[in-house]
Design a protein around this ligand. Structure first.
Ligand SMILES: Cc1cc2nc3c(=O)[nH]c(=O)nc-3n(C[C@H](O)[C@H](O)[C@H](O)COP(=O)(O)OP(=O)(O)OC[C@H]3O[C@@H](n4cnc5c(N)ncnc54)[C@H](O)[C@@H]3O)c2cc1C
Length: 408
């Protein structure tokens, strides 16, 4: 029976091992408050704590159970928008810097997971950006030329290589190196635990109700009391009602994900080496990966977020749609059933890159909003950039991710 509306990462995690952090109580003071305990908030709390900064992380619910626990678990080497689009929005030099930053973040994030020995089924995997139609093949060739001219080339794979690696019939593909796959929930729990180990104070079931700021400090108000702080890092994935005026920068969308039951070994053998993530160029794009080398996971079929009352019905419909789309890629799996079908809301920016940094209307605040990349990498990238903002040690590429890039 298909489990609808539940993510497999959270559903299969042993209940007895779910960590429990206290609720926040009483007045206190700190240097930095991080609001939101998803991958972005947990990675940020870790980065600040390692730097010796006094940091408090406040999570409204439980660590890792927002978008993070519903994600595909893919560390992508590129920001999932085409180079052409990014160049059009930002210019060539900025697009090149953005792609390079992303690639470096993917590599550094993988290295951090290894170094911290986070048990999250971490498996290094390249991504193949596949062209499934002649139009997509032309787009790919054009994008590759732009990338090469800008110095962020990705090798072109022939149809034969794509078939051998992915078991997919595609005209061609670009190989994006530096990637990996993980269980995103476990990765997040591991990072939060590492942050706590370095002295970050983590509180769960502690929604931030209000943030007040004066000239020198901010006060973060929870049901348990107020925390006076020099800096507030807002890592809630998208603007919540706390930041209504920022909503205009975003489109609120929902992506859908489906994971199959175990694919029998006999069929798996016909599906290539199964050692790469596949992303196509349709709009919205699909990401397909293997989980434990046994199950296929597909993400895609994005729409504007539907009204809450329609959510359950649409998840069921989209699960059927994604299974159909998967079977067009892999005809051999027809008859295999979906084990999980769920959704993941996100906020998209006009150019597809997240907003990471300050906003002139909110003194003492730093934001990380709008990662529609489908990949984990933006969360790690945000944690490093936010630390550089805090320390006033910005790198040139960092400003391409700021609100100011569109005059915000
Ligand atoms: C289709 C799709 C697929 C994706 N796949 C992947 C993937 O494969 N791997 C991956 O890692 N990322 C993936 N992402 C990106 C992913 O969704 C996030 O960017 C990433 O997990 C980081 O999430 P986050 O921490 O920014 O947000 P979240 O995980 O949503 O965390 C935000 C947290 O803030 C808390 N919060 C909200 N309001 C308050 C408040 N007032 N007070 C306190 N806390 C509050 C929420 O409870 C929540 O836990 C994907 C995105 C999309 C759209």
């Amino acid at each position: 029976m298909t489990k609808y509306g539940r993510s497999p990462w959270i559903d299969t995690f042993p209940k007895a091992r779910v960590p429990s952090y206290p609720r926040h109580r009483g007045p206190s003071q700190t240097s930095v408050v991080v609001v939101g305990g998803g991958l972005t908030g947990s990675a940020t709390a870790y980065a600040f704590a390692v730097h010796g900064i006094d940091v408090v992380l406040l999570e409204a619910d439980q660590i890792g159970r927002g978008s993070t626990g519903r994600a595909a678990g893919w560390i992508g080497g590129d920001p999932t928008v085409s180079f052409a689009e990014t160049e059009k929005a930002l210019g060539r030099a900025a697009a090149r810097d953005a792609f390079k930053s992303w690639r470096r973040a993917a590599l550094d994030f993988a290295a951090l997971i290894r170094r911290l020995d986070i048990k999250c089924a971490f498996t290094p995997q390249d991504t193949a950006i596949v062209a499934l139609t002649p139009d997509q093949a032309s787009l790919l060739v054009r994008d590759r030329k732009l990338r090469r001219d800008a110095g962020v080339d990705a090798p072109l794979l022939s149809a034969r290589v794509v078939k051998a690696e992915l078991g997919v019939d595609a005209g061609s593909a670009l190989r994006e190196a530096a990637g990996a796959v993980v269980d995103p929930y476990r990765a997040c729990l591991g990072l939060a635990a590492a942050a706590a180990g370095r002295g970050a104070k983590i509180f769960e079931r502690t929604p931030v109700r209000k943030i007040k700021f004066g000239r020198r400090k901010a006060d973060v108000i929870t049901a348990g009391g107020a925390i006076r702080t020099d800096r507030v890092v807002v890592a809630t994935g998208m603007p919540t009602p706390l930041f209504r005026s920022l909503i205009r920068h975003f489109w609120f969308r929902t992506s859908y994900l489906t994971m199959t039951e175990r694919v029998p070994a006999k069929i798996r053998q016909q599906l290539g080496r199964r050692q790469a993530v596949a992303r196509d160029l349709s709009e919205p794009s699909h990401v397909v990966r293997w989980v434990d080398d046994e199950r296929l996971l597909i993400a895609g079929a994005d729409t504007l977020s539907p009204p809450v009352r329609q959510r359950d019905r649409i998840v069921v419909q989209r699960t059927g749609q994604l299974m159909y789309e998967l079977s067009t890629l892999y005809p051999d799996i027809s008859g295999i059933l979906p084990e999980y079908g769920w959704d993941a809301p996100y906020a998209r920016t006009s150019d597809g890159l997240p907003y990471i940094g300050p906003h002139r209307n909110f003194p003492h605040h730093l934001f990380a909003f709008g990662d529609s990349s489908r990949s984990i990498t933006g969360a790690y990238l945000a944690s490093r950039m936010l630390l550089r903002h805090h320390l006033d040690e910005l790198e040139p590429a960092d400003r391409h991710f700021g609100f100011t890039r569109h005059g915000g």
